[in-house]
Design a protein around this ligand. Sequence first.
Ligand code: NI
Length: 181
Amino acid sequence: MAKNVKKSESKATIYEIVKYPDPVLAKKGEPITVFDKKLKTLVDDMFESMYEAQGIGLAAPQIGLSQRLTVIDVSFKKDPEQRIVLINPEIIEREGEQYEEEGCLSLPDIRDKVKRASWVKVRAQDADGKWFEIEGDELLARAFQHEIDHLDGVLFIDRISRLKKEMTVRRIKKLIKNGEW
Ligand code: NI
């Protein structure tokens, strides 16, 4: 289902990142129900694709898969314990507020400040289907909210003011027209 798949040296499949305004990015992802070896391979390949694209979070819709799966590593390879897989995740608690700049692999070079909760608790399944809870603040809280938004078809530009979004969309349309997107 992903397009232009290429093999890297590490044998991982590196997926091409889907860019705005691909309709898959605006769709609500389907829950994952099968926790098999194929899913584990997909998770590994998503981490590799994310690293290749210099990202700290990647959601399945961003590789063209409308499914509720996302991978996060805010340490960017530095700390294996920060490799987080969220399957069918849900934010069950949120507190406080932060207003920081975000970017997105599906919106290259676009950055804007987004209002988010400063702390969240997430309930999700791991690649074996086991439910767990995880909390995060600051950057990790932002990553949780940003990536889980992707699974609901929401991009960070949907969370900025209407005027700012219109300006951003106009800028992207121009880039598309010039073949620079
Ligand atoms: Ni994103």
